[in-house]
Design a binder for this molecule. Sequence first.
Ligand SMILES: Cc1cc2nc3c(=O)[nH]c(=O)nc-3n(C[C@H](O)[C@H](O)[C@H](O)COP(=O)(O)O)c2cc1C
Length: 293
Amino acid sequence: MELMEAIGTRRSIRFFKPWKEVEGWKIQRMLQAARYASCQGNCGSTEAIVIDKKTYPAEKFEQLIECASTFNEIQLRTAPIVIAWLVNMDAWYKELVESFAVLFPARAITAAHGWTYKILTETTYPRLMSFPRDRAEDLLRVEAGQAIANSLLAATELGLGCCLLATGRKPAEFPKVLGVPENIVPLWLMAVGYAAETPGQRPRKRFDKLYHYNDYGTPLKEDPAVKEMLKESKMIQPMDPLPGREEELRHVCRMFGLREDMPDMPKEKIRALYEKDSIYYGEVPPGLEEKGV
Ligand SMILES: Cc1cc2nc3c(=O)[nH]c(=O)nc-3n(C[C@H](O)[C@H](O)[C@H](O)COP(=O)(O)O)c2cc1C
């Protein structure tokens, strides 16, 4: 799969085939993709625990489910693999000087960029080490985001589905259940498996509401020709709800013994999405009125 298509095909999967195992080599490829993500000072602070339901103690997995937000329980129950993404704060406070300095013999940075070993160890490093833990953690969460995004694209390319999962129900318990030391900050769980659903792309905010030209507030206009090219390369794909999506969801819910109702936004709020200044669609597509909106 080409990169553009992988970007366009990735989506959050919320129902998995529990009976279909995930090949170990595919998980390895996802983790390798994460390892090669960009990270400041080459710090390599993003770590992960691969939780394999085949071998993980069932009792401990129940404790993990209790840590996750309630709306994430189905993903956890149906996905055969769960990855716990972590930040290792020691990568900043104990290892950063080494991770950064390895860039010198690798000839990635030179004096031409203003870097010498002396500047790194005597000026930059003491400044970075003076950052309080919450600031350093904020920075490392960006690294983790990049690593996780790489792994999601690798998973997509391998035909796997994933969903990142918040663990807001018992945040204090989460590190204890995982059994990680003090220097490890657990971020997100990620369900990994084969999708039991085939959703379309999810709505995104308008290009011209997100991007600005020279000055903030001057919209950068979306180029329709580029959009057409991206449709051809499958980065832009048909948006949810695809035809038959509700039927698919009802069947999937029935299969798992779950409730089948489909909540909506209030009608006037849906209509507002199509108003000219809306951050979403901004124009009425053909056939909307037939849908009773
Ligand atoms: C950091 C992060 C945390 C997320 N947490 C959850 C979550 O707890 N539960 C869930 O169902 N989806 C979660 N998602 C998925 C988003 O809801 C989803 O990405 C968004 O609705 C867009 O849909 P898409 O991923 O299919 O493009 C999370 C995504 C990110 C990036």
